[in-house]
Structure formats: structure tokens, C-alpha cells
Design a protein around this ligand. Structure first.
Ligand SMILES: Nc1ncnc2c1ncn2[C@@H]1O[C@H](COP(=O)(O)OP(=O)(O)O)[C@@H](O)[C@H]1O
Ligand SMILES: [Mg+2]
Length: 430
């Protein structure tokens, strides 16, 4: 396998500061949410993989407490910049799912988030500021400003006497994070076309790290809000643990997503491809413990690609019906596998691994800029690589095989969320 290019080394070549980043993957035995002592097994596994660190052996909600000094309005900006400098060197603290499950009490998870989210935002702010002349890219300026706002809000908010103010800040931070993924993709397209030296060797690993970091904070903040809003009486029977659904109905999610994507495709192309969802399992419909929002995101992106390709390749509405898209869902006790096959003539051999680049898209070929090309159906180029990040974040995988002239097959493998699993975060010790 080819070595993952380091955007950091590209940065160094461009005389900017930095160090290497790469993914860490934990292969863990699969067990149904069993109790693990965080101070022993998970900590040991983390130590084995990451080496000793400042948070070694510490349960996450004891990591630190945030005391915000009282200050005059004019001093806030200076305080926030100084705070940013002190947060940048702090490493993210990857969580095991057991730890996520142990933090269902809002006060506990709030205490952890109050340090961890600013650490991860500070990391992303530094990555933006490390890019030479980043102020000349309007989308990067917007993304940096949105990040600074969240960092400032989180540093200035108190968790006492109630969690209300903190919850409002987390809600706003999640809202602000929504448009960031597309904005940052547009920024990278602009950087690639308008500046020298920003090719896919720089942009792809940079966006992998940035977006993986976004997925982690999004998960933590959504988990907190789910815990705050959890109605214990209503949720207990299903054992919902925040955003993790221990009884996630994979086939139903695939069916719902298929209908949604058919609507988007019809809206943009005037054609409505056929999608058939088939379920294969010995005993029952595949249900497993997972984060449904992640599965929905991945399936939406993969199906949008198949639907768009089918609608574009078909010569008539009858031809569309002759090219059904098949979704095959199967599972065993440990994993769920989903295959999406279409008959939309595939991707040319020459494209190869480029299909996973954030810079690769064939949508809106006649449009002048990427901003004009992009619609809710296609054009940002981030559907495949970002879906692969979502799959990897919880230890799964996403692969694509194209038979040029015939069609494309995408295989998604997802592991049951289990207690020992540790989220994957960009790691700066490479
Ligand atoms: N099922 C498919 N059939 C044909 N081409 C595909 C398929 N999936 C992906 N592609 C190609 O890969 C490109 C990148 O896909 P993606 O990352 O989702 O970005 P986008 O859809 O925004 O272009 C698409 O523009 C298309 O050319
Ligand atoms: Mg797409």
C-alpha cells in the first residue's frame, strides 16, 4: 500500500511549521457493551498505541476544570488568544465507547467536553493558520472565524449553577459546524486552483485530518445534547445510550435513505432511479449497536453517486428502470456489510485511486468554479472520502470497485459499536 502523503511535509516544503499526522486504528475484540475498567484495559491499550501522555490513566471527566476569570469586555480578545496558545499543544483525548457510555450523566460529559472540545477546535484553528496566506482564501477566513467563535464561547461559558448556558453554547457550536465541511472543501478547491503548491498530496491528508477531527467533536457534542434531552422513562426500554442505538435497524435506515435520495435525484435530474434493498441473514433482520446518523450519512452519499450516475447514463425513463440500484444488507454477530451496486457504466480505469481525492468530481463540468458546480446532489467532491472517514472513525471500512462500461460496486463494512472500541483521531506524533 502506498504511504500516506503528509500534508505536514508539504507544508514544511512550503516553509510553514508542523509535524506529521496519521490515523490510528484499533482492532478490538467484539463484545456486546460489557463493563471495562477505564483505568486498566482501555488505558493500557491506549498507552500501548500512543505511549504515555499527560492524560494517561485519568478518567476523561477528571481531565480538568475550567475556571474563567472575570474580566472587562476589552480584555476578552487578548485572553482568548492567550488561551488558544495554551490549548494548541494539548493532545486530543480519544475516547473508548465504554467511556462514552460511562458519561451519560450530562454534568460528567459537560466537564469533559469543556476541555476536550476547545482542544480539538484549537488544533483545527492551528491547521488553518499554518496554511501560507490563508487570509487570502475567503472560505478559510469564514471557517477560522466560526471556529474562533466556538472556542471563545466555550472558554467564556460557566457550567454552574446550571448547565443551561453550556448547553446553549454546545447547540450553537453544532449548528456552526454544519456548513463547515462544505466551506472547507470549497476553500481547498480554491487553494488548489489559485495558489501554487497545493495539490492533492497536500489537500487530501489535510482534509482527512481536519474532517476526522470534525467528526469526533460532532460525535461528542451530539452525545452531550442527546444525554441532556434524554427522557429516561421513554428511552429505558430500548436502552438508548445517547446517540448510540443498540438496536439500530440497518435495512430500515437503507430504505429511508433510498427514498430521500430518490427525491433529491428527481429534483436535480428529472429522473427517479429504482433502488432495491435486499436483506440477507440467517435468523433475523440485521440490527446492531451503532450511531444511526453516521450510517445515514454514508448511505446518502453512496446512493447519491449511484443515482446521479444512473440518471445521467440512462437514455430514457425506461432505460432508468432497466438499471436498478441494488442494496444488499447482511450481518453476523460482529459486523454489518452493505453492498451498493449500480449499472451506470462505472468509473474509467484511469481514474483509479483519484476517486478518493477531495479534488475529484465530474459534476458540473461546464461550470466555471467549484462553488457553481456544487449542488445537494453532487459537486463538492467530498462524498466518497468523507463517507470513508465516517466508516473508519468507528473501525469500519468503505471500498469501491468499478467495472468501466458496466457499473460500480461500493462495499461498506461496519463494526458493532462495542465497549472497547476507541474513536480514531488525527494523531500528531507521527
Ligand atoms: N457509482 C458511481 N458511478 C459513476 N461514477 C461515480 C460513482 N461514484 C462516484 N463516482 C465518481 O466519483 C466522483 C466523486 O464522487 P464524490 O466523492 O461523491 O463527489 P461528488 O459526488 O460531489 O462529485 C463523482 O463525481 C463521480 O465522477
Ligand atoms: Mg457524491
Amino acid at each position: 500500500m502506498a504511504a500516506r502523503p503528509s500534508w505536514r511535509s508539504a507544508l514544511r516544503r512550503m516553509d510553514a511549521a508542523g509535524s506529521g499526522f496519521r490515523f490510528r486504528c484499533y482492532a478490538t475484540p467484539v463484545i456486546q457493551v460489557e463493563r471495562v475498567d477505564p483505568a486498566t484495559s482501555v488505558a493500557k491499550a491506549l498507552r500501548r498505541k500512543y505511549g504515555p501522555s499527560s492524560w494517561d490513566g485519568q478518567v476523561p471527566w477528571e481531565r480538568g476544570s475550567m475556571i474563567v476569570p472575570q474580566m472587562a469586555e476589552g480584555d476578552v480578545e487578548k485572553f482568548v488568544e492567550t488561551e488558544l496558545d495554551s490549548f494548541v499543544p494539548m493532545q486530543p483525548r480519544p475516547l473508548s465507547m465504554q467511556e462514552v457510555l460511562d458519561m451519560l450523566d450530562p454534568a460528567r460529559i459537560a466537564k469533559f467536553l469543556h476541555v476536550e472540545v476547545p482542544v480539538r477546535f484549537a488544533e483545527r484553528i492551528r491547521w488553518i493558520r499554518d496554511i501560507q496566506d490563508w487570509q487570502q482564501i475567503p472560505e478559510l477566513v469564514e471557517v477560522e472565524a466560526a471556529h474562533m467563535q466556538v472556542f471563545r464561547d466555550l472558554r467564556m461559558v460557566q457550567r454552574k449553577p446550571t448547565l443551561d448556558a453550556f448547553t446553549a453554547v454546545v447547540e450553537r457550536a453544532l449548528q456552526r459546524q454544519q456548513p463547515v465541511r462544505l466551506k472547507v472543501a470549497l476553500a481547498m478547491h480554491r487553494l488548489n486552483t489559485e495558489k501554487e503548491g497545493f495539490d492533492s498530496d497536500f489537500i487530501d491528508p489535510w482534509l482527512d485530518d481536519f474532517l476526522l477531527n470534525c467528526i469526533g467533536t460532532e460525535m461528542l457534542m451530539s452525545q452531550y445534547l442527546a444525554c441532556v434531552n434524554m427522557d429516561p422513562a421513554a428511552n429505558k426500554p430500548r436502552g438508548l445510550a445517547g446517540i448510540i442505538d443498540p438496536d439500530c435497524d440497518v435495512a430500515q435506515i437503507c430504505r429511508e435513505t433510498a427514498m430521500h435520495v430518490q427525491e433529491i435525484t428527481e429534483e436535480h435530474t428529472g429522473r427517479c432511479p429504482l433502488i432495491q434493498v435486499e436483506v440477507f441473514q440467517d435468523r433475523a433482520v440485521p440490527r446492531f449497536s451503532y450511531i444511526p446518523g453516521f450510517l445515514r450519512f454514508i448511505m446518502t452519499e453512496v446512493l447519491k453517486n449511484s443515482c446521479r450516475a444512473t440518471a445521467e447514463v440512462a437514455k430514457s425513463d425506461r432505460d432508468v428502470q432497466k438499471r436498478p440500484i441494488n442494496v444488499i444488507v447482511c450481518a453476523d454477530d460482529h459486523e454489518v456489510a452493505i453492498r451498493v451496486c449500480d449499472r451506470a457504466r462505472g468509473i474509467p480505469f484511469g481514474v483509479g485511486q483519484t476517486v478518493w481525492s477531495y479534488l475529484y468530481t465530474t459534476a458540473g463540468r461546464n461550470k466555471a468554479t467549484y462553488a457553481e458546480k456544487a449542488t445537494s446532489l453532487a459537486g463538492y467532491g467530498i462524498g466518497l472520502p468523507l463517507s470513508r472517514l465516517y466508516a473508519r472513525y468507528l473501525g469500519g471500512s468503505l471500498n469501491l470497485v468499478s467495472l468501466p462500461g458496466y457499473g460500480t460496486s461500493v462495499d461498506l463494512f461496519l463494526r458493532r459499536v462495542n465497549a472497547n472500541q476507541v474513536e480514531i483521531v488525527p494523531d500528531n506524533d507521527a
